[in-house]
Design a binder for this molecule. Structure first.
Ligand SMILES: *[C@@H]1O[C@H](CO)[C@@H](O)[C@H](O)[C@H]1NC(C)=O
Ligand SMILES: *[C@@H]1O[C@H](CO)[C@@H](O)[C@H](O)[C@H]1NC(C)=O
Ligand SMILES: *[C@@H]1O[C@H](CO)[C@@H](O)[C@H](O)[C@H]1NC(C)=O
Ligand SMILES: *[C@@H]1O[C@H](CO)[C@@H](O)[C@H](O)[C@H]1NC(C)=O
Ligand SMILES: *[C@@H]1O[C@H](CO)[C@@H](O)[C@H](O)[C@H]1NC(C)=O
Ligand SMILES: *[C@@H]1O[C@H](CO)[C@@H](O)[C@H](O)[C@H]1NC(C)=O
Ligand SMILES: *[C@@H]1O[C@H](CO)[C@@H](O)[C@H](O)[C@H]1NC(C)=O
Ligand SMILES: *[C@@H]1O[C@H](CO)[C@@H](O)[C@H](O)[C@H]1NC(C)=O
Length: 472
């Protein structure tokens, strides 16, 4: 499922970019009128949601489509032609020659081959998508006929490699997706320097082979779900990169490979084998989201996150972290910190006391047996705190630092006694879970339970006590 989400994310992303940019040329579809249904059969025409689209499903031959469209459109441009589940063998020479198409999308069809001049005549084509059409190769010559092409997407095909001449003809290409192929080799110089987004996710790449460095215009780069081992020097010069997805590779070290990514805003590194950060993140002063979930971090160092002053979300879940060493001290904009599924035994307030914007703290599924508070007057704007499935016997004064707390989850710990004051420092609390704790039922505790219940707080897991609460 996760995998599919990534694929969709990439598809969406690369497409999402396009309409905006192509509107410059096609600034209005207002004059477009759909032909009558009968004139287009077997295709259909819609003008919603934004780009008028001719949709052809389940056809056997392109001739059928061409015949249907030619008589109506003549040389008028067709904004978007979508061909789905067609039973074509391939795309023959001059396959679309009588049509003037701006965007062409062929999906879930069988296209084994494409003639070198299949796209002849499509000088106005801006976007070409051949998605899940069992392509084994893409003839590079055909690109030189597509002199306006800015977006090329060939996701979920059977492409094995990319040679430096393959995209030579695509002089205006800005958006490229080769996601979901079987790429093992990419040659240096394969990608046009003007690329803005590039997706190579879900391939079989072990190395980027210095093919991406110095793509100075690149803003979004998707490399998730490959077999990348090492990035040394591979990302040099990517000074405009905003979004980088490296999830699900085999990275162990980052070293200095992020040093030029000074404009990066989102970085996804989940499901790798990173065990040490060192200075690798220090130049990422613009990063807002960082996902390091499911790596092999054990000890954080004081300076690991230095320089990340824009960071808002940090996900460190699913590592083996047992020591924090003040690593969060510079994250003044952090709003959400996820430390679930690690091996923390203690949590000291001083570890988070610099996080003056922290709103969500999740330390569930660790081995916490001790929470240590800081100086009594120190407060943080935490709204939700999750400490579930640890080994806490007491909360100490820890959660009294959080004066705007709304949600507290301390389920499945070893807590026997609740203290009303822990939950009265914040007047906003509306949910507490104490499920799975060995809470006792003496008269004093009954009183606490009733005090909480009377505050209109939803409480999960209070024990059913038989004794009557003391009367006031
Ligand atoms: C296709 O339509 C565009 C307008 O979008 C026009 O500029 C171009 O000349 C047309 N091409 C042909 C071959 O008629
Ligand atoms: C790819 O297209 C084929 C039909 O050619 C279809 O059966 C299959 O489900 C499609 N695969 C995906 C992942 O959509
Ligand atoms: C790296 O690129 C070179 C050409 O620049 C090519 O010969 C080689 O096969 C590529 N290797 C990989 C693993 O992509
Ligand atoms: C940060 O960028 C500077 C200037 O490009 C470079 O000299 C330095 O090595 C980089 N630091 C790290 C940790 O990558
Ligand atoms: C980080 O990645 C993991 C694994 O893909 C995911 O479950 C989690 O939601 C991500 N974290 C954030 C903050 O998006
Ligand atoms: C940083 O942490 C690693 C383990 O993750 C440790 O081996 C290394 O000595 C630490 N470095 C410093 C400077 O504390
Ligand atoms: C916290 O967030 C607010 C906006 O939500 C921002 O103005 C402020 O600069 C942030 N940083 C600190 C240190 O408060
Ligand atoms: C949690 O505490 C219980 C009882 O105090 C103890 O038996 C158990 O070993 C502890 N578990 C861990 C993971 O520390």
């Amino acid at each position: 499922m996760k995998l599919l989400m990534f694929i969709f994310a990439c598809v969406f992303v690369v497409e999402g970019y396009l309409p905006e940019h192509s509107m410059e040329k096609q600034n209005s579809f207002e004059n477009f009128v759909c032909p009558p249904v009968s004139a287009l059969r077997p295709c259909q025409c819609t003008t919603v949601p934004d780009i008028p689209t001719i949709h052809c499903e389940n056809i056997r031959s392109l001739k059928t489509i061409k015949r249907a469209l030619r008589s109506w459109f003549r040389n008028d441009p067709i904004p978007y032609l979508r061909i789905v589940e067609a039973r074509l063998e391939g795309l023959p020479s001059r396959a679309f020659v009588t049509l003037n198409v701006t965007r062409l999308h062929i999906k879930d069809s069988n296209l084994r081959w494409i003639a070198t001049d299949a796209f002849s005549g499509l000088e106005s084509l801006l976007m070409l998508t051949l998605h899940n059409v069992t392509l084994l190769t893409f003839p590079p010559e055909s690109l030189s006929q597509l002199s306006s092409l800015i977006s090329l997407r060939l996701p979920e095909n059977e492409l094995l490699q990319l040679a430096h001449r393959d995209l030579r003809g695509a002089g205006k290409l800005k958006y490229l997706s080769l996601a979901g192929n079987k790429l093992t080799h990419v040659e240096r110089g394969s990608f046009p320097i003007i690329l803005v987004t590039l997706s190579l996710s879900n391939n079989w790449l072990r190395t980027l082979n210095k093919s991406i460095r110095n793509l100075v215009n690149l803003e979004w780069l998707f490399l998730n779900n490959n077999r990348l081992l090492n990035l040394e020097g591979e990302l040099d010069g990517l000074r405009n990169l905003r979004k980088l997805n490296l999830a699900k590779n085999s990275l162990r070290h980052i070293g200095r490979s992020f040093r030029d990514l000074i404009n990066l805003q989102e970085l996804y590194l989940q499901f790798n084998s990173i065990h040490q950060l060192g200075t690798s993140l220090h130049n990422l002063s613009q990063v807002r989201n960082l996902n390091l979930s499911m790596n092999r971090l054990v000890i954080l160092n004081y300076s690991d996150f230095e320089g990340l002053e824009s960071l808002e979300t940090l996900d460190l879940s699913g590592n083996r972290i047992n020591a924090l060493n003040g690593a969060f001290h510079s994250l003044i904009n952090l709003r959400r910190l996820d430390l679930t599924h690690n091996r923390l035994r203690n949590l000291f307030f001083t570890e988070i006391s610099h996080l003056t914007n922290l709103s969500i703290l999740d330390v569930s599924d660790n081995r916490l047996h001790r929470l240590k508070s800081g100086i009594p007057t120190a407060t943080l704007p935490i709204e939700r705190i999750f400490l579930a499935r640890n080994n806490l016997t007491t909360l100490g004064r820890f959660i009294r630092h959080f004066t705007v707390l709304e949600v507290v989850d301390i389920s499945f710990n070893q807590i026997r006694i609740l203290k009303a004051i822990d939950f009265s420092v914040s007047s906003r609390i509306d949910y507490i879970s104490v499920t799975g704790n060995p809470l006792i039922c003496d008269a004093e505790q009954m009183f606490v339970h009733h005090t909480l219940e009377n505050r209109n707080i939803e409480i999960d897991g209070l024990p059913k006590c038989n004794i009557q609460p003391p009367r006031l």
